[in-house]
Write a protein that binds this ligand. Sequence first.
Ligand SMILES: [Zn+2]
Ligand SMILES: [Zn+2]
Length: 301
Amino acid sequence: MPLPNRFLTSALVRNEGDLFLFDCGEGTQVALKKAGVRWKSISAILISHTHADHVTGLPGMLMLSSQVERQEPLYLIGPPRLKDFFDSMRRSLEMYLNYEVIVQELRNPEQPQVVYENDRLLIKSFPLRHTRVCVGYTLEEKQRPGIFYPEKAQSLGIPMGPLWNRLQHGQSIQTPEGATVHPSQVLGPARRGRKFAFVTDTAPTDGIVEAVAGADLLLCEGMFLRENEADAVEKKHLMGCQAGEIARKAGVSQMGLIHYSPRNTERDLKILLQETQSVFEQAFLARDGQFIQLPNIEEAS
Ligand SMILES: [Zn+2]
Ligand SMILES: [Zn+2]
């Protein structure tokens, strides 16, 4: 349940101007406004599962999205029953939307799969184990072309200008003298893209580690303290220390804990963080409105 300074679960990823929302708990639109996020149309909303604390912010978010002009459809992606939820909500609220919503239910949520792709990135889902069908997500940028070496281009007789640009974007070109130059002649090795992972509402599974491996940022549920282990097992949730175990095994760069139990006071949260950091040092407590920038990776993939 929400607390005055803790809204329900949601994370917004901005990539080169495109926005992707992961889960949409009650009050998400208020939290976004409070955080001062520059508003633009969201490309896709990805839902982990249809428990109320992850979806009841949808009506508000969808109506808010109606306030910006958009041509492209909005993808609403998640496990079975999402379409049912969306259709009934839209019907009973007689919701007017000035854009198309494409609801994409995962046909086989037990299988890891690509659920969204554009020319720059891929979003994949993978199965979690909860009291209802539930999935985690990763958003991965595709490889970027390597570093451009202007001196190499000059020595090959390519004048500065549009031809440089095309080479930097991975296209072969013809020099004014008629020679063909391939990008590999003027670029360093391809650079790996960034990876973001979102995991919430699950018992530990081996598949999680594999799916989130090497992420630059993992947001992971850390609902319970060690002393509440019985609750974690019964309700199929993670303790902070188990989230730490996943992050450590997966070799992620950093992990923010989310979805902590409302019964945890600020003092409890300190203990939760200690328990998590004793397993994985680069863990932190994710906070409402927190902004995390992931710098471009300059090393080869
Ligand atoms: Zn749940
Ligand atoms: Zn939940």
